[in-house]
Design a protein around this ligand. Structure first.
Ligand code: ADP
Length: 254
């Protein structure tokens, strides 16, 4: 579903690459956490997937689309195929909850009739139907993040990417957001979440990919726990990362 093969990215002026020959394969319907200290390369990795940044070398294929062939003018429509959730929500302040979700669907070309049918369903999913007429400023941080998630999943993307979605939320609200992402994953959406929140990673026990200095130092397939170094993890929860492994398996999974 997400295939990254030997990707290297160095920003101009930096001494070291932000990503250093990273290879990774996230399978359909997987829920994966991307963890690592500040500066490890998490945001850069996510920006590679959303094509906000372009790798210096390596290959990225997302949902069968080879990002090398997504031209600049097609990037917005490529991004609309993904659900992307940000830590600062990025809601439109002068639009209501309902309008924020409806607007995303309008841009995606959905008819008015379909929009009127879809928005209430999605707001129900995130438990915000009763807040539909409010503006973002009238909501709590957790509620705003739920609107943002509603907006991202309204078009039923196969992949949802979230960059530190709980960074601005308290512990209880964080748990609510993670529960919601888990529910969306249970419906069949592949999810990649970057975070430095140890408690949510350990509670969920899903796949945990650890970045340090732009390299993957750990990839625990199941029952992953939060750890920031390369000390060994139990054998049964480890996946093999061999160069080129990801690309060899691509045809089977797309
Ligand atoms: P994380 O999300 O794990 O905190 P980042 O991907 O933001 O890590 O950063 C990885 C490295 O790349 C850091 O050394 C950071 O300073 C550098 N970096 C990130 N964005 C830029 C940029 N736009 N220009 C130059 N260097 C950058």
């Amino acid at each position: 579903m997400i295939l990254v093969d030997s990707v290297t990215k160095k920003y101009p002026g930096d001494a070291k690459p932000a990503l250093d020959s990273v290879s990774l394969h996230i399978e359909p319907n997987e829920f994966a956490f991307l963890v690592g200290k500040s500066g490890a390369g998490k945001s850069t990795f996510i920006k590679m997937i959303t094509k906000e940044e372009i790798p210096d070398s390596g290959k990225i294929i997302v949902g069968g689309i080879d990002l090398d062939y997504v031209k600049k003018r097609h990037i917005p429509s490529y991004r609309r195929r993904l659900g992307v959730v940000f830590q600062d929500f990025k809601l439109l302040p002068r639009r209501t909850v309902y309008e924020n979700v409806a607007f995303a669907l309008e841009i995606a070309g959905m008819s008015g009739k379909e929009i009127r049918k879809t928005v209430p369903k999605v707001l129900e999913l995130v438990d915000l139907l009763d807040q539909a007429k409010k503006f973002p400023s009238q909501l709590s941080g957790g509620q705003q993040q739920r609107v943002s998630i509603a907006r991202s999943v309204a078009r039923q993307p196969k992949i949802l990417i979230a960059d530190e979605p709980t960074a601005n939320l308290d512990k209880l609200t964080t748990q609510e957001i993670i529960d919601l992402l888990k529910k969306i994953n249970d419906f069949g959406t592949t999810i990649l979440v970057s975070t430095h929140d140890e408690s949510i990673v350990n509670t969920l026990q899903k796949r945990v990919i650890t970045l340090a200095d732009g390299k993957i130092v750990n990839d625990q397939k199941n029952n992953g726990i939060y750890k920031l170094d390369a000390t060994p993890v139990p054998k049964e929860s480890r996946t093999l990362q061999t160069p080129g492994h990801a690309l060899k398996t691509k045809r089977k999974v797309m």
